[in-house]
Design a protein around this ligand. Structure first.
Ligand code: CND
Ligand code: ZN
Length: 385
C-alpha cells in the first residue's frame, strides 16, 4: 500500500545554473499508481548532472532535485505495481519506457517518447511532480529519478531489482555509468579480436573499457587527459594508453592500432573528441558517441571519408532494454567478472555534491558516490582530514 502522507527530506537542489547547488528540506508526495517510494542508499555523480547544473542542456531545467544514478531499498509501492515490494533492493533506471509509443513498440525502449518528453520537463511519467520546495514551488525530478535525496518517488519501471549481495554503494553505479558504457559496446557490435579506442575514461568511459574487454577486444586504447584515469583504464582492461595533452592523439592511436581501430567511443562530450573518434577509425570502422555535448554544438567531418564506409552513430543509455541489460550485468558482477567499486574515487555526503561537481569540471578523480544512508549503502563517507 502507498504511504498516504507527504514526507520532508534532505535533497540537493539546483536553483539555477551558475549558482552552487545545496541541500534543502523539500516535500515529497507519496507514490501514485504505478510508482514506488524508495529510500536512497547511495548515488553516483555523473557528468550529465554537471551538464544540467551548468545549464548546457537547455532552458527551463530548474529548479530541480538532481541525481539520476543511484540505488536504494523500496519503502512503499503505489497501486498496480507488480513485481516490487517493500524491502527490495533496486537500482534506478532513468528511462522507464512506456511500452506504447512507436520506439517502444519497435524494440528501442531507451528512445521512449513519453519518457523523453516528461524527463525533459523534469516530470514523472504522468507529467506531474511529487516534489516541492518549502516555499511551495514545484521542483523538477532530475532525469525522472532525483536521487541526490534521502527518498525518491519514481515510476515502477524506473526501479530495477538487484540482489542484496551487491552492496548498494556499488549497485548505485549500475543504472547510468555501467548500463550506458557496456550497452554502447553492445550497440557498436564489438567482437572478439576487434580493436577499440575509448576517448574519455571517466565514470562512463571506464565502463566502456570494461565492456570492450568482456566482448573480447584485443586492442583497447584508452585516451584521457589525466594519468590517473589512464591507470584506472589499464586496470579495467585497456591494453594501451594515450595522454591527450598537446600530442597528436589521432596519430598515436592509429600507430598503436596498426592504421586505425574497428571501434571508437567518444565519452567526453565535445566536438573535438567526436572528431578524434572519427579520425582514429580504420576503413569500415564505427564511431559511437556516448558523450553529451552542450546544445548547439556542431561536428564537422570530411565527407570524402564516407567512401571508406565508416559509420558514426550515438548510443543513449546503452540503446537497450535496461531491465534485461541490468539482469545480465548483475550476473557478471555476481560471478566476479565485472568489478564495480574500482571506478569510485570519492565516497561523500549530500553536502559535498558541489565539490564533486567541481572535481568533474577539473577532471580530478573518477566517480564520486554520495553515501546517503551508510547502513543501507554498506559504505562510510570519507571524513575530510
Ligand atoms: P567524466 O567527467 O567522469 O569523464 C570524462 C573524461 O574525459 C574525464 O576523465 C576527462 O579527463 C576526460 N577528458 C576531458 N577532455 C578530454 C579530451 N580532450 N580528450 C580525452 N579525454 C578528455 O564524465 P562521465 O564519464 O560521467 O560522462 C562522460 C560523458 O558521457 C558526459 O558527456 C556525460 O554527460 C555522458 C553520458 C552519456 C550518457 C548516455 O546515455 N549517452 C549517459 N551518461 C553520461
Ligand atoms: Zn549519467
Amino acid at each position: 500500500m502507498a504511504r498516504r502522507a507527504a514526507i520532508e527530506i534532505d535533497a540537493v537542489v539546483l536553483r539555477r545554473p551558475g549558482r552552487p547547488v545545496g541541500v534543502e528540506r523539500v516535500r515529497l508526495d507519496p507514490p501514485r499508481a504505478d510508482e514506488v517510494l524508495v529510500r536512497v542508499a547511495a548515488a553516483g555523480v555523473c557528468r550529465s548532472d554537471l551538464h544540467l547544473v551548468d545549464g548546457q542542456l537547455g532552458e527551463g531545467r530548474w529548479p530541480m532535485v538532481l541525481g539520476h544514478e543511484g540505488a536504494g531499498v523500496v519503502e512503499a509501492v503505489g497501486e498496480h505495481v507488480d513485481g516490487l515490494s517493500a524491502g527490495d533492493h533496486v537500482a534506478f533506471c532513468f528511462v522507464p519506457s512506456c511500452g506504447a509509443c512507436r520506439p517502444c513498440r519497435s524494440g528501442r525502449p531507451t528512445l521512449c517518447e513519453t519518457a523523453a518528453r516528461n524527463s525533459a520537463a523534469g516530470m514523472l511519467m504522468d507529467g506531474t511532480s511529487r516534489l516541492r520546495a518549502r516555499d511551495g514551488m514545484l521542483l523538477q525530478h532530475g532525469l525522472m529519478v532525483a536521487c541526490f535525496a534521502e527518498y525518491v518517488v519514481v515510476p515502477a519501471g524506473g526501479a530495477v531489482r538487484v540482489p542484496p549481495s551487491i552492496p548498494l554503494w556499488e549497485a548505485a553505479l549500475l543504472g547510468c555509468g555501467v548500463v550506458t558504457g557496456i550497452g554502447a559496446v553492445n550497440r557498436a557490435g564489438v567482437r572478439v579480436g576487434d580493436s577499440v579506442c575509448v576517448v574519455g575514461c571517466g565514470g562512463v568511459g571506464l565502463q566502456v573499457i570494461a565492456g570492450a574487454r568482456l566482448a573480447g577486444a584485443t586492442t583497447i586504447v584508452a585516451v584521457d587527459r589525466t594519468v590517473e584515469k589512464l591507470e584506472l583504464a589499464r586496470r579495467r582492461g585497456a591494453t594501451d594508453a594515450v595522454i591527450a595533452a598537446e600530442r597528436d592523439v589521432v596519430e598515436e592511436v592509429r600507430a598503436i592500432a596498426d592504421g586505425g581501430v574497428d571501434h571508437a567511443f567518444e565519452v567526453v562530450g565535445s566536438a573535438v573528441t567526436i572528431r578524434q573518434a572519427w579520425d582514429v577509425l580504420r576503413p569500415g570502422g564505427t564511431a559511437t558517441v556516448v558523450g553529451v555535448t552542450p546544445k548547439g554544438v556542431d561536428v564537422v567531418l570530411p565527407a570524402i571519408d564516407f567512401l571508406s564506409e565508416r559509420t558514426i552513430t550515438g548510443s543513449y543509455y546503452g540503446s537497450t532494454d535496461v531491465r534485461v541489460a541490468l539482469d545480465q550485468i548483475v550476473q557478471l558482477v555476481v560471478s566476479g567478472r565485472l568489478e564495480l567499486g574500482e571506478v569510485v574515487s570519492d565516497l561523500i555526503g549530500l553536502d559535498d555534491v558541489e565539490a564533486a561537481l567541481e572535481r568533474l569540471r577539473s577532471g580530478e578523480g573518477a566517480r564520486s558516490v554520495i553515501v546517503i544512508d551508510e547502513g543501507l549503502a554498506r559504505a562510510r563517507r570519507a571524513v575530510e582530514p
